[in-house]
Ligand binder design. Structure first.
Ligand code: GLN
Length: 545
């Protein structure tokens, strides 16, 4: 039977609860304990698929095609697992399921209530994940902070789990912030005391307190928190801000969190082996020569919108012993004619995914700049659409070439909906989602990157596709369709023939990248970009004898 760790947040959101959960997973995995993870999101959307990245950050896609919270990306990267739709539960899903049961007559005669009907539905999701994953430990993160109205049913459900699963099989971790007051130069514990009080009011006594802070936490502060929050002194764990998120498991391990969890839950554990993780962090913290990459997107003001892309770039750079110097370029700024100054120092250009017309012409200009100046280019989903549009405008001599997402009436719809998709009118969950196989063209850059001719594991999230009506014409002009669906019908990867490295894919390779196992397309993109000399760069002088 699985044991449970429930992680709640206090004081404010965005203090790194997701990274803490992912790190707890790393600590358990390093002791050969099997883990699965679930994120509970209190909002009423069924999933974040229809939400703006400005509201929610990146939408992470699981292999089975669920559109989920970006924390799942951190869980996958830290624990090196592939999660499924069961790992993200929202209030929207819970209420839809309860109401569907009511309409079916499952509760005939009953009044449907938050307790027990909604809380039971929530607990069903915990149990289902535990049964299907057969993990020794299921870690469950409650989104938001204690005190949020929408979060109450989730908190009540995790409270009930102490009795359902048994006291010794459940552990509560509370992640809070210790704000720093510059006038008195001290960290304040009162907000943490209040959020623990709020938890205790609803019947949850945390076993572990993780205290985020930008400054070192004095022993006296730990004593105070232990006393006021009734948490063992050793279980009050400071987590000061670190240089890289991948360092968090090491900090928590050094504070004894791994052993504490093993003891509290009586887990059958091996001695921890974090040597590879330690090595990774040491390399990440070593200064390397930077490689300048321009990321041209429409949501660049909110970098969380491209969380996995940024991580995948960082993994790839590390593989080449480089640091990423990422320049966030708002696509709209490239729409003004000849405004390529923003790209002049870039050794590589990446155009990630996105929806809607804003900034598209700027992205097309970035692709043109990359093609004309032989700058390495990696297009991800929308980035492939943009590359195809740009190439078609040049090859077909038609400035009208476009995707029907942006110009429904174009005579050259090089990117379009498939005929069978045209009848779909609803937006949520109706895209091509999740893993699809892809056959690679031998000898292409894509095949070289992957080192094989068939790929199974790439995740999709898009509605429009390359339009085959233009395939022959564009191929003749130098576009290489180097990745196709096994039936040859869908173009999954394309590249530009006479160019050092201009490759785009219809899927999202960023989701599959791992810190110690960069994605092949990202790895090769950086591999070519790192040797490109740009404005202001000095070629190495032949000084050594
Ligand atoms: N907007 C495009 C589509 O729907 C691309 C989506 C994406 O980049 N994820 O097909």
């Amino acid at each position: 039977m699985s044991k449970y760790i429930f992680v709640t947040g206090g004081v404010i959101s965005s203090v790194g609860k997701g990274i803490t959960v992912a790190s707890i997973g790393t600590l358990l995995k390093s002791r050969r304990i099997t883990v699965s993870v679930q994120k509970l999101d209190p909002y009423l959307n069924v999933d974040p698929g229809t939400m703006s990245p400005y509201q929610h950050g990146e939408v992470f896609v699981t292999q089975d095609g669920a559109e989920t919270d970006l924390d799942l990306g951190n869980y996958e990267r830290f624990i090196d697992v592939e999660l499924t739709a069961e790992s993200n539960v929202t209030s929207g899903q819970i209420y839809s399921a309860v109401i569907a049961k009511e309409r079916r007559g499952d509760f005939l005669g009953g009044t449907i209530q938050v307790v027990p009907h909604v809380t039971s539905e929530i607990k069903n999701r915990f149990n289902r994940l535990a049964e299907n994953s057969q993990a020794d430990v299921v870690i469950i993160e409650v989104g938001g902070t204690v005190g949020d109205i929408e979060g109450q049913p989730f908190l009540e459900a995790i409270r009930q789990m102490r009795n359902d699963a048994g006291r010794d099989n459940v552990l509560y971790v509370h992640v809070t912030l210790l704000p720093y007051l510059s006038s008195t130069q001290e960290l304040k514990t009162k907000p943490t005391q209040h959020s623990v009080n709020e938890l205790r009011r609803i019947g949850i006594q945390p076993d572990v307190l993780i205290c985020r802070s930008d400054y070192p936490v004095l022993e006296s502060i730990r004593d105070k928190l232990s006393l006021f929050c009734d948490v063992d002194r050793e279980a009050v764990i400071p987590l000061t801000t670190v240089d890289t998120i991948y360092e968090v498991p090491l900090v928590l391990e050094a504070e004894g969190l791994g052993q504490r969890i093993v003891d509290k839950l009586s887990l059958n554990a091996q001695p921890p082996d974090l040597s590879l993780w330690q090595e990774l962090v040491t390399r990440l913290k070593t200064d390397h020569e930077p490689v300048n990459i321009a990321l041209v997107g429409k949501y660049v003001e909110l970098q969380d919108a491209y969380f996995s892309v940024r991580e995948a770039l960082c993994h790839a750079a590390l593989d080449h012993d480089r640091d990423i110097n990422l320049c966030w370029v708002p696509a709209e700024d490239l729409e003004k004619d000849g405004n390529d100054a923003l790209l002049r120092s870039a050794q590589g250009i990446i155009v990630p995914g996105g929806f809607g017309i804003r900034g598209i012409e700027g992205m097309v200009n970035a692709a043109r700049y990359a093609r004309n100046n032989e700058i390495p280019y990696l297009g991800l989903c929308l980035g492939m659409h943009v590359m195809v549009i740009e190439f078609a405008r040049y090859a077909l001599g038609s400035p009208e070439a476009n995707s029907t997402e942006f110009d429904a009436a174009t005579h050259h719809p090089v990117i379009d909906l498939l005929p069978e998709q045209k009848k779909i009118k609803t937006k949520g969950g109706t895209m091509r989602l999740g893993n699809y196989p892809c056959k690679l063209l031998p000898g292409s850059r894509a095949a070289k990157a992957y080192g094989k001719n068939l790929v199974y594991e790439e995740r999709h999230r898009h509605r429009l596709e390359f339009n085959n009506k233009f395939r022959a014409q564009l191929e003749e002009a130098g576009l290489v369709c180097s990745g196709l669906s096994p039936d040859g019908r869908l173009v999954e990867i394309c590249e530009i023939a006479n160019h050092p490295w201009m490759v785009s894919c219809q899927f999202h390779p960023e989701f599959g990248s791992r810190p110690a196992r960069p994605h092949p397309l990202f790895r090769d993109f950086i591999g070519v970009a790192k040797d490109v000399l740009r404005e202001g760069a000095q070629p190495p002088l032949p000084l050594s004898p």
